[in-house]
Write a protein of this length. Structure first.
Length: 337
């Protein structure tokens, strides 16, 4: 309930320096100590970790079990002394990602989600919903309000928050009643600077709009199917791939429309204001920011290659990639160095 209402913010403590695409190779360990588990290890690429109240933690609880069956899913308190976060500054100028160091961090046994040593099943459900959500985000625009106790939004009135956001954007008569998609933003920009007459830009604008609509309709189909108690195997993975394609096209097309101005970028609010005034283009910072950030979506949440492997192996029934025997204890497998 706290997730739905925004009372608590969560982050994922999944990836590690030696376990990214091969997530089941994680080495963060949790040892039972009475009614608690003591956790030691390192996580990385943790999005929005600095504003999180709880972490979705995967840790190895049985190193002598096979790779995928000795992992447990915990709800970890991010405010305790045993959890240290170090922000990772990106080339966009932001620090959405973090390193997380767990040193004798404590998690109550009551905060195990699912069964001990069966966390991989829970993790796959988590990842499936994450990928579906990422795909939905790639199909259109939107404004995120950071949840949780740290961000400082819980005590604010919704009306005041909306008014502040609205005042910082376009005049009311120019604001749509719904968030604008990436295609709509770029179409408006191309019309404004005259590049909309270029037939190749017009063609790619149409493609971007089409991909966005396909992503939106696929997500609506998945949502309706789940509401009826069904499922569409592989659809979250397809949504994730769709989002990657949209972001890459948005990057390339945005820079083509921007022309030489695409070399400029604003890292702070003050710089953005100066850039807007100098160029007369309030969308330039967003376009260059997208260009710098576009390398991330095809990687986080599972790379494009991982998504295609899942679709091929689990949905289409194609042969699996060669790997160690699934019955081999994790402690006997070679590790990443």
């Amino acid at each position: 309930r706290d997730i739905v209402t925004g009372q608590k913010a969560w982050c994922q403590l999944f990836s590690e320096p030696g376990a990214g695409s091969d997530l089941a190779g994680l080495t963060t360990k949790a040892v039972r100590d009475g009614d608690d588990w003591i956790v030691n290890g390192q996580k990385v690429w943790t999005s929005l970790g600095t504003t999180a109240d709880l972490g979705m933690l995967l840790a190895r609880t049985d190193p002598d079990a096979p790779k995928h069956t000795g992992i447990t899913w915990f709800a970890c308190d991010m405010h305790q002394e045993g959890v240290e976060l170090r922000p990772l500054r990106e080339m966009t100028g932001h620090a959405m990602f973090n390193e997380v160091f767990l040193t004798d961090a404590s998690v109550a046994h009551a905060d195990v989600i699912g069964d001990v040593n069966q966390g991989w099943t829970v993790a796959n459900t988590t990842l499936m919903n994450e990928r579906a959500g990422l795909g939905a985000g790639g199909a259109g625009g939107g404004t995120m309000v950071t949840p949780g106790t740290i961000a400082g939004n819980l005590s604010r009135r919704v009306g005041d928050f909306v008014s502040e956001r609205a005042a910082a954007k376009a005049p009311r008569e120019d604001r749509p009643s719904r968030p604008r998609s990436a295609a709509e933003v770029l179409i408006g920009y191309a019309k404004g600077n005259g590049t909309s007459t270029d037939p190749t830009i017009r063609q790619d604008l149409a493609l971007l709009h089409t991909l966005g609509e396909l992503g939106r309709l696929n997500n609506e189909r998945l949502k309706a199917t789940r509401a009826a108690g069904g499922d569409i195997p592989g659809m979250p993975n397809i949504s994730k791939l769709s989002m990657s394609n949209i972001v890459r096209l948005q990057r390339d097309l945005g820079l083509r429309i921007a022309g030489p101005q695409g070399m400029l970028h604003a890292y702070t609010a003050e710089e953005k204001k100066a850039l807007d005034e100098a160029t007369g283009n309030p969308f330039l910072a967003m376009i260059t920011g997208t260009a710098l950030y576009a390398q991330a979506p095809p990687i986080y949440g599972g790379t494009d290659q991982i998504q295609r492997n899942i679709i091929g192996e689990r949905v289409l029934g194609l042969p699996k990639e060669p790997g160690p025997d699934s019955r081999t204890p994790f402690s006997q497998l070679p590790k990443n160095v």
